[in-house]
Design a binder for this molecule. Structure first.
Ligand SMILES: CSC[C@@H](O)[C@@H](O)C(=O)COP(=O)(O)O
Ligand SMILES: [Zn+2]
Length: 208
């Protein structure tokens, strides 16, 4: 069983993340889902369909690492398996955030099928855990959107097992997934990726 005090701490971090991300316009119209690790076998995750700018503790439920509800009658996020794949493969992942910003959605539709987004030469790359210089390459894959989350979860699992240092991915026409050791790290990754997405889109406008 899980520690209820630890659940309360991570649930609060999810509620606060929702207020911030909705406020930035990155989680509109009930889109997005968020999670945080309680312990090695339990995850707190948003209940499906909730408004992410108005979350309360009751909108955050507990699941196990297979995505099964623990002591809850609620339905966990429809995209739960995309979260659990990350927690299963990377024991140091403490939080996962999925957002639906305009920039992530537009950029994901501009990347040709089979190609990756590669960020190089941006000082802000150092916002990602483990990146020490702008002379690195941060690679963000773009997966095709599907309503078959089980298949997408396996696709993402395979890619990130091969590329464990990369900080996130896009789903075409859909949004961003990113993660971190803590909720603060994860929020920083969302902000950094949003900054880089906007830089790419502005660059395309001035240098088509
Ligand atoms: C409001 S459409 C967005 C959903 O289809 C989905 O992509 C999403 O991000 C939220 O799903 P949820 O089941 O609430 O976690
Ligand atoms: Zn989504």
């Amino acid at each position: 069983m899980f520690d209820v005090n630890q659940y309360a701490v991570v649930a609060e971090s999810i509620v606060n993340a929702g207020r911030f991300l909705y406020g930035r316009g990155w989680s509109p119209a009930t889109s997005s889902n968020y999670s945080a690790r309680i312990d090695s076998g339990h995850i707190a995750i948003t209940v499906s369909g909730r408004h992410k700018g108005q979350l309360a503790a009751g909108d955050v439920m507990v699941i196990d690492l297979q995505g099964r509800p623990v002591q809850s009658e609620c339905r966990a996020s429809a995209e739960t398996l995309l979260h659990t794949a990350l927690y299963q493969e990377f024991p140091d992942v403490g939080a996962v955030l999925h957002t639906h910003s305009v920039n992530a959605t537009v950029l994901s539709r501009l990347v040709p099928a089979g190609e990756l987004l590669a960020f190089e030469g941006y000082e802000l790359q150092k916002a990602f855990d483990g990146v020490e210089t702008h002379e690195s390459v941060v690679t963000i894959p773009v997966f095709e959107n599907t309503q078959n989350i089980e298949t997408l979860a396996e696709e993402t699992r395979e890619w990130f097992m091969e590329h464990p240092a990369q900080p996130g991915y896009l789903i075409r026409g859909h949004g961003l997934y990113t993660w971190g050791k803590t909720m603060a790290d994860c929020l920083r990754h969302v902000e950094a990726l949003e900054f880089l997405f906007e830089c790419e889109l502005v660059t395309m406008r001035v240098r088509p």
